[in-house]
Structure formats: C-alpha cells, structure tokens
Design a protein around this ligand. Structure first.
Ligand code: PLP
Length: 435
C-alpha cells in the first residue's frame, strides 16, 4: 500500500485513503459488487506491499539467517500467505487447521513451525507424520505426547520449550503474553530440568528455547530482555551438559496505527546481530502483525448517518463481528472516506450494525462529512481482522480482495445467509460408549 497518508483521523483532521497496489481504494467495492452485488463491505490487501515488507524484514535480520515464520493467525488468506511464501517466509501455525492451510499453500516441512498451548494428539501426529521445522512446546507433559507421536512415525521432532520469562509488556493485557499471569510458557527451572533430562524423549531434538512476550510492541526493550533470558538459560543449560542450539524470539513487532510509534525494526535487528555475534544458535522469528497489518484495509459503506441531540452516529456496513479489535482491545484504526466530500469536518461516532454497545469503531472523531452510500476505509486492518471475524448476529463473513500490479482479484467470497445454514444438521448421534 502506498504511504499516501496524512494525519490521524480525529480532532487533528482526516487522512486520505491510500491506494492498493496501484488501484484506488474507491474502485475496490464497486469492482467486487460486479460479482457480489449485495456486498456492502470487504477486506482488501496489497500483495505487492506485503512482498516488500517480507523482504525488508528478512533483509533487516539477515545477519542471523533466521527462519522467519510468519504467524498465520494474523491473516491466513491463502492468496496472501502464498505470496508471503514466495517472498521467502516460513509459516507459524497455532493449530492443526493452520498447519493444513500452510501445507496447502506450499509451505514445506522446513518452513513450518507449530505453536500453541493446547496441543492435541491430532496435531502431534500431523507434525510427526508430515514434518515441521520446529514445535514450540508449552508444557513438559506435552513432550510425552510429541515423543509418542514421533515414535509411532519413526520420525524426529525438533522442539523448543516455551518459557514464561515474567516480562510484562505495555499495552492491553490481552496482548501481553510473557507476564506471570499469562497462561503461556513454563517456569525457567522446569525447562532447565527438561533439557538436562532430554534422553527421556529420544525421538525429540529438545534443544531450543521459545519466548514470545507480547504483541504490538512499540520499542524493543521487552525483546531485549527476553533475549537476555534466552541467553542466560542457554548458558545455564550448557553448564548442566545440555547445550541449546535454537532460540525462537517470537513476534510482537508493532505497527503504527496512527499514533506515530512504529517498532524500530532495523535498529533492533542491528542490536540483536551485535549482541549475538559470538553466539552460535539457529534463530526463529515469528512476526505476524508487522507483516500484514499495514497492507490491509476494511472497506465499508455508510449505511446511515443518525443524529440524536448533538450526537452523530455513522453506521457502517461492517461491524465488530468483522473487525473485533476495537471492541476486544480498545484498538483504534484510522478511518478515511474514500471520496471525501467538500464541507466542514464533523464530529461523529463511527459504529457498526451489530446489536452490542461495544460495536464502536471510533468515538467522537472528526471526519469530513459522510452521507448514506459513501464508503470509508479502516486502515491497517490486515492483521487480526478477517482472521478473527465471526458470524455473530447472523452476519456472513466478508469477501477478501487482493491487489497486485494494478489488478484486483477476489481471493475469498463473502458468505451469504445460505452459507450460514450450511453446517446445520439433524444427525442422530449413535448411542453407546464414546470411543
Ligand atoms: C507464539 C506467537 N508467535 C508469534 C505471534 C505473532 O505476534 P505478532 O502478530 O505480535 O507479531 C503470536 C501472536 O499471538 C504468538 O502467540
């Protein structure tokens, strides 16, 4: 997406809509409506911008030669992740569903990382059978499950233990994952004991440490601290005759949603390279948001402008079921009219059509005048947007459009009311014991 942006929407004024790989954003919804006449909102992604970001990330960290495993949870659209693969990224999966999607999109075993704190037998069996570069284990008990799965397949799984370093990160507590209260990771002492006892799991190459302390980090201090934790653990493990050879520092690199603070990627990469120059590890990084947030937008028509007393509500055709980040994390996305009208800016609250008071995208922001039938874009919506969307309120998930070299394609159709009924059944469940 071209960086054609002005100031943040709000009291300082409105931003102008960026274009999408050479296509004006205002052209996207009308183009989609030619094949989905009822579409009033959609996602749109700039694949050329994604490729540029993927290359920029890899070039920043080139000194470490890491496996850059893009976190699929941020956005799992096949057209998008195929482009990421083509640009050299691997894929971090948090479930068997994401593993299968990764494999279908062409990510080979050497490019796949399996994560998650609720390991299932099915995931372990899949990883042992189809192969992955790395499993990040979230408990010691999980090692037995991985060992059995690998033994059954006669394969070996490389495993990193996710350690909870007790590092709190700034921002919403729901995106802080390395603090004492977080459900993720094991105690450092337990990890050290497991590494020292690695002979108990002969089918596992248990030689890695994994830390992922949080998301939307604006500065590298929490990552620098988690790096020191990893290095100290590796040194201590080596003293116990169980050297480590892999460090996975997770993701968390923040993007600028309009407040002006973007994670200093290159500066951190240089610092990391300098600090680790004499350390002989394989490295894994798992960026999600940084890779895709800025390359996507949520486009929505204005359904209504309602005035009540001195308040104005702009009701969009997209709601919290589409983009839940504002409701879940109180996240703010810049909102820009696609074809701004002349006239004095107005103070409005931008909401969705869902029957929840939390269905608010922006409260009391100043935008150019909007009228019924206009369209707006919510910027930087490429990460944790479509992938977190739901059918709440009987609403079909939106179509997803990709742009590259001036051309648009619909990469995923919008869901209709008929689609919503497709999983409904009236199946008799056989009596008898559960097997
Ligand atoms: C283990 C792990 N790695 C990577 C990521 C990606 O994080 P981000 O999108 O902040 O880069 C997440 C996100 O939750 C995660 O849980």
């Amino acid at each position: 997406m071209s960086a054609n942006r002005g100031p943040r929407a709000g009291s300082e004024g409105a931003t102008r809509a960026p274009d999408l790989a050479g296509v004006p954003l205002s052209a996207v919804l009308p183009a989609l409506q030619r094949i989905e006449p009822h579409a009033r909102a959609c996602w749109a992604y700039d694949l050329d911008a994604l490729e540029r970001r993927a290359r920029r990330f890899q070039s920043a960290f080139a000194a470490l030669s890491p496996l850059v495993a893009y976190a699929l949870k941020a956005n799992v659209l096949p057209a998008l992740i195929e482009r990421a693969r083509g640009a050299g990224l691997g894929a971090e999966s948090g479930s068997i569903g994401e593993l299968v999607i990764a494999a279908r999109a062409g990510f080979g075993a050497a490019a796949r990382v399996l994560n998650g704190n609720g390991r299932t037998l099915e995931e372990a069996a899949w990883a042992a059978r189809e192969g992955v570069a790395l499993v990040n284990a979230d408990s010691i008990a999980e090692l037995d499950v991985l060992q059995s799965a690998a033994a059954r397949e006669g394969s070996t799984l490389r495993v990193a233990l996710r350690v909870n370093p007790g590092i709190e990160t700034p921002g919403h507590r729901y995106v802080s994952t390395g603090g004492e209260q977080a459900k993720f990771g094991i105690a450092a002492g337990d990890a050290l004991e497991a590494w020292a006892a690695r002979a108990r799991w002969p089918q596992l190459a248990l030689d890695g440490v994994h830390l992922h302390v949080g998301s939307q980090l604006a500065e590298p201090a929490p990552l620098a601290r988690s790096l020191e934790v990893a290095v100290e653990l590796a040194e201590e493990s080596a003293r116990r005759a169980a050297p480590l050879s892999l460090v996975n520092l997770g993701g968390g690199f923040g993007v600028d949603y309009g407040a002006g603070a973007e994670f200093p990627l290159e500066a951190w990469a240089r610092r990391l390279a300098e600090r680790t120059r004499r350390l002989n590890f394989s490295w894994v990084l798992e960026p999600g948001r940084w890779m895709v947030a800025p390359v996507g937008v949520l486009i929505a028509e204005v359904l209504w402008v309602k005035r009540r007393g001195d308040r104005s509500f702009v009701v969009l055709a997209a709601g919290m079921n589409d983009l839940i980040r504002p409701a879940l994390y109180r996240a703010a996305h810049r909102i820009v009219p696609l074809e701004p009208r002349e006239g004095a800016p107005e103070r409005v609250t931008v909401v969705g059509p869902v029957c929840e008071s939390a269905d608010v995208f922006a409260e009391d922001v100043v935008l150019p005048p909007l009228r019924r039938g206009d369209a707006v874009a919510l910027l930087d919506a490429g990460a944790y947007g479509a992938s977190m969307s739901s059918n709440y309120n009987g609403r079909g998930r939106l179509a997803e459009v990709v742009a590259s070299a001036g051309r648009l394609r619909r990469a995923r159709a919008g869901e209709t009311a008929e689609d919503l009924a497709r999983r409904d059944t009236d199946d008799a469940l056989p009596p008898g014991p559960v097997t």
